[in-house]
Design a protein around this ligand. Structure first.
Ligand SMILES: C[S@@+](CC[C@H](N)C(=O)[O-])C[C@H]1O[C@@H](n2cnc3c(N)ncnc32)[C@H](O)[C@@H]1O
Length: 351
């Protein structure tokens, strides 16, 4: 039986009002978050990093381009208009309900450089060493539902409301590869390192006829995802990307956002090999992650400073790594790579 994850492209109508609203809201939000961020960053890192006028103009332009691409993608039918919604009130609630007190804990942790401050219930033997850290100095690291509750709102604040838009740039290449009828039944998509599951819901809305499996190494984030995204067709599983609990050649697509900058050099390659193992022949592995040094010269220094301002122990190695080469060494034919604001989208097809 042949089937497809979607019957066809679903070009969506965006009225002029939809477009103006999407652009204006996000431009305003983006600009509005830059000033508080500029005040907070020196407190975290202890270093002043004045932004040049040229840098500010350049990231505003990159944000405008990203928004245009987002609108274009909806009009082309790469994803539905509904996933453009931005739940501002729930982000504000998440930040205000625990944010101010938590911000003080984060600042104090950053000052002490206490990267191993984790909740007492964590059994160190259950996790790889590289994971037993509070990335970004975040309270509880990846080890509590309270951390999961704050995560989406904090990331949106950090990236000026562009976090999901950058993640969505992984989707068009997947649509291209899945829209044609495939010579087998159930279409299966895997999301690696799904975190809170908020983007899993966007993938599911984009491929309503597919079965989506979403895994993450954090049991607490997976518990949170199961509670908050009770969408039929999505299975959330607690698993390690280094050794996936799936048989060979099982998936039609693997999608992964923002994992590789948090993995050491060798582990990064291990996860690529696992993605390759579980993919069917010619199926796609589509990634978005932090931009790398060579992606966008005008934000080079802010990409370099990211690892210093936040606790990101593997980011320095990641930004110099050659993702294209990893794809090829792990058995993929490299597809396109494109920088978007602070991120990049890149994909490969299993040979
Ligand atoms: C920066 S977050 C990204 C989450 C989400 N994909 C996003 O775009 O916001 C990194 C995620 O990777 C997960 N993670 C880290 N190492 C992992 C591994 N080896 N296997 C599976 N998940 C892992 C963490 O638990 C965390 O949820």
């Amino acid at each position: 039986m042949s089937s497809s994850a979607r019957d066809s492209y679903y070009p969506q109508k965006m009225t002029s009002l939809d477009e103006v609203w999407h652009r204006s809201f996000h431009r305003l939000f983006f600009r509005g978050t830059r000033l508080p961020l500029r005040l907070i960053l020196p407190l975290l890192s202890g270093k002043k990093r004045p932004s040049s006028h040229a840098y500010i103009l350049s990231i505003r332009k990159d944000m405008d381009n990203l928004l245009e691409q987002d609108i274009h993608n909806v009009k082309q039918g790469y994803y539905p208009k509904s996933i453009l919604d931005f739940p501002l009130l729930s982000y504000l609630y998440a930040l205000l309900s625990s944010g101010p007190l938590d911000a003080l804990r984060v600042l104090s942790r950053a000052k002490r450089k206490d990267w191993h401050d984790l909740p007492p219930h964590v059994h160190e033997g259950d996790y790889p060493d590289y994971y037993l850290r509070n990335f970004h100095w975040q309270s509880d690291g990846w080890f509590s539902e309270a951390s999961a509750k704050r995560y989406d709102a904090s990331v949106q604040f950090l990236f000026g409301g562009a976090a999901d838009i950058m993640r969505r740039m992984s989707l068009p290449a997947v649509v291209h590869s899945l829209v044609k009828p495939l010579p087998h039944g159930d279409i299966k998509i895997l999301e690696l390192a799904c975190g809170t599951g908020s983007f899993s819901a966007q993938i599911q809305a984009t491929f309503p006829q597919a079965s989506l499996y979403a895994i993450d190494l954090s049991p607490d984030y997976i518990r949170y995802a199961k509670k908050h995204h009770k969408t039929p067709g999505v299975s959330f599983l607690n698993a390690n990307g280094e050794s996936l609990p799936f048989k060979d050649e099982n998936f039609d697509a693997v999608i992964c956002n923002n994992l590789f900058h948090e993995l050491p050099h060798k582990v990064r390659r291990k996860v690529f090999k696992e993605a390759h193992r579980v993919l069917k022949h010619q199926a796609i592995f589509s990634i978005t992650d932090s931009a790398q040094l060579e992606d966008n010269p005008s934000i080079k220094s802010s990409i370099e400073n990211f690892s210093k301002d936040f606790y990101e122990p593997y980011h320095q190695d990641y930004i110099q790594d050659d993702l294209g080469k990893i794809f090829e060494q792990c058995g993929f034919r490299l597809g396109e790579s494109q920088a978007y604001l602070f991120s990049k989208a890149i994909y490969g097809l299993k040979i």
